[in-house]
Write a protein that binds this ligand. Structure first.
Ligand SMILES: C[S@@+](CC[C@H](N)C(=O)[O-])C[C@H]1O[C@@H](n2cnc3c(N)ncnc32)[C@H](O)[C@@H]1O
Length: 264
């Protein structure tokens, strides 16, 4: 955990940003999905005109967690993702989507070609000064741009303690010097609104540790350091009465920010 609290480290940031592909199958197996109400709220400015069948861009789509939620609501999805291993896994998970290699800073789509853009758990990996104009280019006026992220609900005491033994939050990188998880104000978009959607994920101690192991802060560790971190988390979980051997509900909250492409 060498860089904890020492401020923004561009080299570590770059390694974390490209770390996910090494654990693509585990990511697909263990990371939480997004609640349907959160996805519906993200798209609401566009679904006011058309309930299903929107063309939605899932940007930084990873293994397709959000893509699957969009497909389930009856939308047509183009998924864009830079990591080849994540993209391969997405093609396995969501063969109905159009999967394209690309990034937020260079989106392989024509101007004004999508009704909505969603970003799951990835806005903090974008260079927003380049990504927001790219998103504005491909998004039709009046269409929503929404970011969704699943966070452990650390208003719950034992979850806050879990965060302390496995520092997984973006603050770990001292991201005060970067745009972080907030959408930056941009003249192409109306100001963002926020909504939180609490939900739970059924876990065991093993599956929770497997989930945490798909986070970039774990993926970039040396194997011995990673094993040590897992043991620390396991010892903490053993100490908590909430963590039953038969399984338990992990409290999560999906945080959504939504803004609308100006000019609609
Ligand atoms: C934590 S994963 C989220 C994946 C998926 N959206 C989800 O909700 O599960 C972050 C993803 O962002 C991708 N990524 C990183 N930098 C990116 C960029 N500049 N543009 C687009 N995607 C990026 C990574 O390759 C990774 O698949």
């Amino acid at each position: 955990m060498g860089n904890q609290g020492t401020g923004y480290d561009p080299e570590l940031y770059a390694r974390r940003r490209s770390s996910f592909g090494a654990a693509a199958a585990e990511y697909a197996a263990h990371r939480p999905d997004y609640p349907a109400e959160a996805v519906a709220w993200a798209l609401a400015p566009a679904t006011g005109r058309q309930a299903a069948g929107l063309h939605v861009l899932d940007l930084a789509a990873g293994t397709g967690k959000l893509t699957l939620g969009l497909l389930a609501l009856g939308h047509r999805v183009t998924a864009v993702e830079p990591d080849p291993a994540m993209l391969d896994e997405l093609r396995r998970q969501a063969p109905q989507a159009t999967a394209l290699a690309g990034s937020a800073e260079r989106i392989p789509l024509p101007d004004a070609s999508v009704d909505a853009v969603v970003v799951g758990q990835a806005i903090h990996w974008f260079d927003q000064s380049r990504a927001l104009p790219e998103i504005a280019r491909v998004l039709r006026p009046g269409g929503p741009l929404a970011t969704l992220s699943n966070a452990d609900d650390d208003r719950v005491e034992w979850i806050a303690g879990l965060g302390e033994v496995s520092p997984s939050q973006v603050s770990y990188l001292g991201w005060a010097t970067r745009p972080g998880t907030r959408l930056a104000p941009d003249p192409a978009f109306d100001p963002a609104r926020d909504a939180d959607f609490p939900h739970t994920l059924r876990r065991t101690a093993d599956s929770l540790i497997a989930t945490i192991a798909t986070h970039s802060h774990m993926l970039v560790l040396e194997p011995a350091e990673r094993d040590e971190a897992k043991e620390r988390i396991r010892a903490y979980l053993r100490s908590r009465p909430e963590v039953s051997e038969d399984g338990f509900d992990l409290p999560l909250v999906t945080r959504v920010q939504r803004c609308v492409r100006a000019g609609g």
